[in-house]
Design a protein around this ligand. Structure first.
Ligand SMILES: Cc1cc2nc3c(=O)[nH]c(=O)nc-3n(C[C@H](O)[C@H](O)[C@H](O)COP(=O)(O)OP(=O)(O)OC[C@H]3O[C@@H](n4cnc5c(N)ncnc54)[C@H](O)[C@@H]3O)c2cc1C
Length: 394
């Protein structure tokens, strides 16, 4: 009986892990299945661009995995039972596994603010970004008002992208504290000038208490008229892992050890936004594309090492900095130190925009070529007690 590896999610982390496992493990004794809800590879880093009106390439997953030996199952995961080692789908199908890689990413977190789920738009998934795009289309003729809540990276990118692509709209960005508080002083100044140039109204030190169909209600009683409220105030992980009894954080991330293995269920690995992993600096890695890469690499090394009886290679788990687009012609690259604090220097303007475009292209290439075009060295599984028991049962 082959060892069944099931990878949930084919985003930046899942596609990478699946492809690299297929490259490094022999198909003679492993069977790799990827499960994803959508048929396309979604470039999540560019969903704010999609919402603003740009055309974003979305390769078919069937093409991405063609020739790799990986089986693709298009289905939405509804449950994981780590005790019975079974994944359940919307279509009531089930799939058993021996090793599970959980890489379902994250979705928007409403933090319990009333009205967000009913009235706000978001850009954390393609259908949501397309809904926002449709709404923006309908607002352009009447100089509609767009309010973006949250001045994290997603909020900044979304507000500036919409303002640049749709100059007919009035765009406001709400920041809880000072705008771009986690950036260096120079980068903060750059961001403020970009918002001025693009006509983005910035409201600082403002907390949103509720979202209504046509208004955003702020602490202190201010009400802002809004025809489209875009909620970008954080990410959370689907409660699937928690419901299955895995040890998770408050926002649903699976708590893993330094090999990305679940601390509660040793057959389960997590990578990308779904994993609560501690970086080399002792701090939790941020939900980001870079973390999807490093946690994915470490999970792959650990699975290959354990299954083939080899030493587990240690991946670097760090976060080098923020690459923020400010529309298509401007950007900020903000390196951070080993405590995740902004370094004094930053790169801004067209150069930063070009570098960010390069990063997006590399991410797309890496995800859509999951075996990396590298030569295969497919290792046989070690005859571990687990494998021997399986053989005896087969
Ligand atoms: C607009 C925007 C801009 C961003 N910009 C940046 C940036 O500039 N730099 C950066 O580092 N990070 C950025 N991020 C964050 C980055 O996109 C995520 O950290 C990254 O996508 C995480 O990768 P992942 O593989 O964990 O999840 P994802 O890339 O989201 O992949 C998860 C996959 O799982 C699938 N899936 C989810 N639920 C289910 C289910 N129940 N059943 C089946 N399939 C399912 C999804 O369809 C998807 O294919 C941005 C995010 C957004 C929304």
């Amino acid at each position: 009986m082959k060892h069944r590896i099931v990878v949930l999610g084919a985003g930046y982390a899942g596609a990478y892990v699946a492809g690299n496992l297929a490259r490094r493990l022999s198909p003679k004794d492993t069977e790799i299945t990827v499960v994803n809800a959508e048929p396309d590879l979604i470039q999540r880093l560019r969903l704010h661009q999609l919402a603003a009106g740009h055309v974003i390439e979305a390769p078919k997953l069937a093409d991405v995995f063609a020739g790799t030996g990986i089986r693709l199952r298009l289905a939405r995961v509804t449950a994981v039972d780590p005790e019975r080692q079974i994944v359940t789908f919307t279509d009531t199908g089930e799939l058993g596994y021996d090793t599970l890689v959980y890489a379902l990413g994250s979705h928007v977190a409403d933090h319990g603010v009333p009205g967000v789920a009913e009235h706000a738009f978001h850009v954390t998934a393609r259908p949501a970004a397309l809904r926002l795009r449709e709404r923006l289309d309908s607002l352009e003729a009447e100089r509609g008002r767009v309010v973006v809540v949250g001045d994290g990276l997603t909020g900044i990118e979304t507000a500036t992208e919409i303002a640049e692509a749709r100059p007919g709209l009035s765009v406001a960005l709400i920041a809880r504290g000072e705008l771009g508080a986690r950036l260096s002083a120079g980068a903060r100044g750059h961001l403020r000038r970009a918002c001025d140039r693009l006509g983005v109204t910035v409201l600082e030190h403002t907390s949103v208490e509720a979202v209504e169909a046509t208004r955003v209600l702020c602490a202190g009683g201010t009400a802002l008229a809004s025809d489209a409220t875009v909620w970008t105030a954080g990410f959370a992980v689907d409660p699937i892992a928690a419901a299955g009894g895995m040890k998770v954080t408050q926002n649903g991330q699976i708590i893993v050890d330094d090999t990305m293995r679940s601390v509660s269920h040793p057959d389960v690995y997590a990578a990308g936004d779904s994993a609560y992993a501690i970086g080399d600096n002792g701090r939790p890695l941020p939900m980001s594309c870079a973390s999807a890469g490093s946690t994915g690499r470490q999970a792959t090394d650990a699975i290959v090492g354990r299954l083939t009886g080899r030493k587990i290679a240690k991946s670097k788990l760090d976060y080098p900095g923020n690459h923020i687009s400010l529309g298509r012609r401007d950007g900020i690259l903000q390196p951070v130190d080993d405590q995740a604090l902004a370094r004094p220097k930053y790169v801004g303007g067209r150069k930063a925009a070009r570098i960010k475009t390069g990063i997006l292209q590399i991410s797309l290439w890496a995800t859509s070529h999951p075996t990396f075009g590298l030569p295969t060295r497919r290792r046989r599984l070690a005859d571990t007690p687990n494998a021997s028991a399986k053989k005896a049962l087969a």
